[in-house]
Design a protein around this ligand. Structure first.
Ligand SMILES: Cc1cc2nc3c(=O)[nH]c(=O)nc-3n(C[C@H](O)[C@H](O)[C@H](O)COP(=O)(O)O)c2cc1C
Length: 304
């Protein structure tokens, strides 16, 4: 059976990755599962300089999901290279680095720095974080800015580029197209949904940032629809995510048009989820005589 998939020039041994920000920098999970069995390790968002992130509380549970407003805390490019890269570069599977900036130029500089590092699998360009005032979100909800950011990164690196899309748009198709036209090799669909929760005893928001990003099983059907719509709009591969807990969820994303998937929030309560998803996809294929996982991609039958 073939489980390998292609993201630009990057080959993944199987279609199952982890979602940025839910898997630290890989090393935190190294004792909990065999990282070398994953399709790829995807790390938390990095900008040029270190970022302290938002005040606490930064996370809360909601029905079938969670809200977070971490605020893209991170060590910056130099801190990442010093602290985390020595471990990540020993892995047999590719590392995908999630990058962001507050200006087009910063995105490009971060992309260039990681290009120069050597050995990075791909860059995931985060234009969709709802939890920071500058950068992130606004790039992903303005087609022109989105195109500029991706084009600038494209100029700065030959690494495969994956654009991490915002769900916070009326229709994802023009944004997907803008990223593809600017030279993105793939899309990651989707980031979290802006959301809010209130403690009715204290009358205070449950998150210090007041609002945050909603993730987990509660967003899955919305994310599936976005993947389906994005897949119809572009030719480049899509990495689907949003509430994946098991192989059936992952297969649903693939049938909607995702070539690969990422496990996010589920990592927090069951760190082995991604491995269970891989095993489950294999079993699904075996039971149905499917020899190539790519046969599942986009196989939803609509209007028949
Ligand atoms: C705590 C937390 C931190 C996140 N940090 C990032 C990040 O740094 N960059 C990014 O592009 N997405 C980030 N995300 C979004 C996830 O990568 C993913 O798109 C989203 O959680 C949907 O998948 P899920 O429902 O399986 O969690 C974060 C999500 C969570 C829950």
């Amino acid at each position: 059976m073939n489980l390998s998939v292609q993201i630009g020039k990057l080959t993944l041994q199987n279609p199952v990755t982890v979602a940025s920000g839910t898997f630290g920098y890989g090393v935190e999970y190294a004792q909990l599962l065999d990282l070398n069995q994953l399709g790829a390790v995807v790390v938390k968002g990095i900008r040029l300089e270190p970022v302290r992130g938002n005040p606490t509380p930064r996370t809360c549970e909601v029905t079938s999901g969670m809200i977070n407003a971490i605020g893209l805390q991170g060590p910056g490019v130099d801190g990442f290279i010093k602290k985390y890269w020595p471990f990540l570069k020993t892995l047999k599977v590719p590392t995908i680095i999630n990058i962001w900036g507050t200006t087009v130029e910063e995105y490009a500089e971060v992309a260039q720095r990681f290009d120069a590092l050597g050995g990075v699998g791909a860059l995931e360009v985060n234009v969709s974080c709802p939890n920071i005032k500058e950068g992130g979100g606004q790039f992903g909800t303005d087609c022109k800015l989105l195109n500029q950011v991706v084009a600038a990164c494209r100029k700065a690196t030959t690494l495969p580029l994956i654009t991490k899309m915002s769900p916070n748009v009326v229709s994802i198709a023009p944004y997907a197209k803008a990223a593809e036209d600017a030279g993105s090799d793939a899309l990651a669909v989707t980031n979290s949904y802006p959301a809010m929760a209130i403690d009715i005893e204290t009358r205070r928001p449950k998150i210090a940032n007041v609002t945050g990003g909603l993730t987990g099983p509660c967003i899955k059907p919305i994310a599936i629809k976005l993947v389906w719509e994005a897949a119809k709009a572009v030719k480049i591969p899509i990495i689907g995510m949003g509430g994946i807990q098991n192989a059936a969820d992952a297969i649903e994303f693939m049938m909607a048009g995702a070539s690969a998937v990422a496990v996010g929030t589920a990592n927090f309560y069951e760190p082995q989820t991604a491995l269970q998803v891989i095993a489950g996809i294999r079993e699904f294929m075996q039971q149905r005589g499917i020899k190539d996982v790519r046969k599942i991609v986009g196989s939803v039958e609509v209007g028949k």
